[in-house]
Design a protein around this ligand. Structure first.
Ligand code: ADP
Ligand code: NA
Length: 339
């Protein structure tokens, strides 16, 4: 059996990076894997969340999964806090994981910033909880973006150490599933920063619920440059963008990569299509494809978010099913630990 676990935090402003880097891939995995797609609300509160907003944001993530095309009959959609196995196994893993391992996590350093003493202890042990999310279901595969690779490595280390410490063969060592092209979408205003939910500038991101006018305005305002679009000489022999080229024109190549991802094309095809043209022309085409691909999904998300009882029933049913899957695993864990 091949089982996937993945999640998105309900921290609002779901954006094109979340869609191309995560949610779209979820939809594509449905045929080949048994999937568990979580709304990770316990991860979200590692940074303070307004409780009312958290409820809405949880529905937003669930609605994004549904609107993108995840089938909630066949697969599981639920929110983390509703299945107690996450917190329980998370605690056990706090005791298996090592401080030295967590100290190496670069995302904690980024997220905690300069004032590390003021970060929550939850933010620090977040990777242990992520390991619990995955292993409570003995998931075998985890789709990960660039930013989560290190955390999955830690999950693997925790699985191995638990098995060794308690002399059991309980947890599988989960494999990463890494997707091509668009794993890292950058801000529309500053090509050195990731597109993110928390960027103070609304113009830095296209959200999954932006209407056509807003998408057009954001793309129009997106930072680009006055140079023409280059040809294939900026790619290496595998069709990958050369680092120097990206460094020189990060915003330009970000927009070209977004276009490629939305069209399911390689960057080389896009350069072939637009070589020698300027960004004014290109932005029109980018707007067209963004509106075509995101528009119907955004409308469906809005419709679902107005149908709270439906979304809540999907989450409830998903939590019941998830709890049933985790129950025998937790029994094994408690036996192994001596609880
Ligand atoms: P965020 O990083 O926006 O706060 P999450 O941490 O909830 O969002 O991430 C949800 C998923 O979206 C993760 O799989 C993450 O890798 C992916 N993701 C987030 N930002 C981007 C981005 N700019 N480009 C590609 N994927 C992204
Ligand atoms: Na992230």
């Amino acid at each position: 059996m091949k089982r996937i676990f993945s999640g998105v935090q309900p921290t609002g402003n779901l954006h094109l990076g979340n869609y191309l880097g995560a949610i779209r891939n979820f939809v594509r995995l449905q045929d080949d894997y048994e999937c568990i797609f979580c709304v990770v609300d316990m991860h979200a509160i590692t940074v303070w969340q307004d409780p009312k907003q958290l409820v809405d944001n949880t529905r937003e993530v669930a609605a994004s999964y549904l609107a993108a095309g995840v089938n909630p009959e066949k697969h599981i959609i639920f929110n983390q806090s509703q299945v107690s196995a996450h917190a329980e196994l998370g605690w056990v893993f706090n005791c298996v994981s090592r401080i030295g391992w967590l100290n190496r996590m670069t995302q904690f350093k980024d997220k905690a910033g300069k004032n590390r003493e003021k970060a929550s202890t939850g933010l620090y042990v977040y990777p242990n909880l992520m390991a619990a999310d995955i292993l409570a279901y003995k998931a075998t595969h985890v789709p990960v973006g660039e930013d989560q690779k290190q955390h999955l490595e830690l999950t693997r280390d925790i699985a191995i150490k638990f098995n060794n410490d308690f002399n059991v063969d309980l947890f599988p060592v989960p494999e990463p599933l890494i997707f091509g092209a668009a794993t890292r979408i950058m801000s529309l205003r500053d090509g050195s920063k990731k597109m993110s939910k928390s960027d103070p500038s609304d113009y830095s991101r296209i959200t999954m619920m932006d209407d056509a006018d807003t998408v057009a305005k954001k793309i129009k305002k997106a930072t680009s440059d006055p140079h023409l679009i280059p040809g294939a000489d900026v790619l290496d022999e595998n069709g990958k963008l050369l680092d120097d080229a990206r460094k020189e024109r990060p915003e330009a190549f970000n927009l070209l990569s977004i276009y490629a991802a939305l069209n399911d094309k390689e960057l080389s095809d896009v350069l072939g299509e637009f070589e020698g043209k300027g960004f004014a022309d290109f932005k029109k085409s980018l707007t067209d494809v963004a509106v075509t691909k995101l528009g119907p999904m955004g409308s469906e998300m809005k419709r679902l978010m107005d149908d709270k009882s439906y979304v809540d029933s999907v989450l409830k049913q998903g939590a019941d099913r998830a709890a049933k899957l985790a129950e025998p695993v937790m029994k094994e864990v408690f036996d192994a630990v001596g609880f």
